[in-house]
Structure formats: C-alpha cells, structure tokens
Design a protein around this ligand. Structure first.
Ligand code: ADP
Ligand code: MG
Length: 151
C-alpha cells in the first residue's frame, strides 16, 4: 500500500501542510489521526479548519467527543480518547456519511466503527519540534487525493 511521509520542523509547518490538504477535501471525507499525547493531532486539525475557512479556533474536544464547525464544508472534529466503552454506538456513521469532513483523534479506539475508506495519518515525535507524518490512503478516493497532494 502507498505511504507518504511528510516531515515538519515546527508547529507552523504542520499547520501549513494540513491547511493545504484542506483545500482538496470533499464532503464525506474522513481523516484519522494517531499519535501520542502532544504529537500534534489537534494542531493538525487547527490547520484543516483554517483551510476550510472556519473562523473559530479549534480546541481539543476531549469532554464532548464531537465538535462541529462551519466553514466551506462542515468540520466534525472527534477526539475519542475518553470513550470508555468503544462498543457503544454514538452514531458516528451519521458524521462519516454526512456532508462535512470528519477528523478522528485516537481513531484506533473505535476501529470497528470506522469506514473502510479513509485517510490515515500517524504523527510521531522527532527531536524537539520535528514530527513525521505518515500518510496512508485507504481506498481509491484517498489514493487520488494523495496523488494530487504530492504531485
Ligand atoms: P495532540 O492533539 O496530538 O495531543 P497537540 O496538537 O494538542 O497534540 O499538541 C502538540 C504540541 O506540540 C503543540 O503545543 C504544538 O505547538 C507543538 N509542536 C511542536 N512542533 C510541532 C510540529 N512540528 N507539529 C505539530 N505540533 C508541534
Ligand atoms: Mg488532541
């Protein structure tokens, strides 16, 4: 399977990259974000929001699980870290199949409920402010998206 690696050396570079990715997103797109606490998942989502012309500041939705923002497309920002029972059906499908873009932090915790096709992004810490973003498209739509993005 194709895999793309992006290295960023600052918060700003990560924001810039996710902002660029946001330009290419379409209704129904799903992005999963994995990585330790402080890896940059929420930072990445902030850049997506800017790229989707969302004026509000995106913050970590830790206590609400899902936050919705309005922009060029709606953004559904999920952080499922605190989900105690991952078998519980919280109606995620409605978001995945909705007209917005869904971003899921700690997505592996709801692995069984994720759609088959999505853009998986794993963020790992390098030294200091460097991060490696490993991007794996799952499904045709996301393979095309990556081909465009990394052309
Ligand atoms: P997570 O949501 O994965 O727990 P956050 O995005 O909330 O992580 O926090 C990441 C922290 O790391 C922020 O304070 C951010 O400014 C900082 N940071 C430093 N370098 C980078 C980088 N290259 N990319 C993303 N964040 C970075
Ligand atoms: Mg976070």
């Amino acid at each position: 399977m194709n895999e793309y690696i992006v290295r960023t050396n600052s918060t700003e570079e990560t924001l810039q990259f996710s902002k660029e990715l946001a330009q290419k997103l379409q209704p129904g797109d799903v992005i999963t974000l994995e990585g330790d606490l402080g890896a940059g998942k929420t930072t990445f989502t902030k850049g997506l929001a800017v790229g989707l012309d969302i004026n509000k500041n995106v913050s970590s939705p830790t206590f609400t699980i899902i936050k919705e923002y309005n922009g060029r497309l709606p953004l559904y920002h999920m952080d499922v870290y605190r989900l105690e029972d991952s078998d519980e059906d919280l109606g995620f499908d409605e978001y995945f199949e909705g007209q917005g873009v869904t971003v899921v932090e700690w997505a592996h915790l709801i692995e069984d409920q994720l759609p088959e096709e999505l853009l998986q992004i794993k963020i790992s810490h390098g030294e200091e402010n460097s991060r490696n973003l490993t991007i794996t498209p799952k499904g045709k739509r996301y393979e095309m998206l990556c081909k465009e993005l990394f052309a």
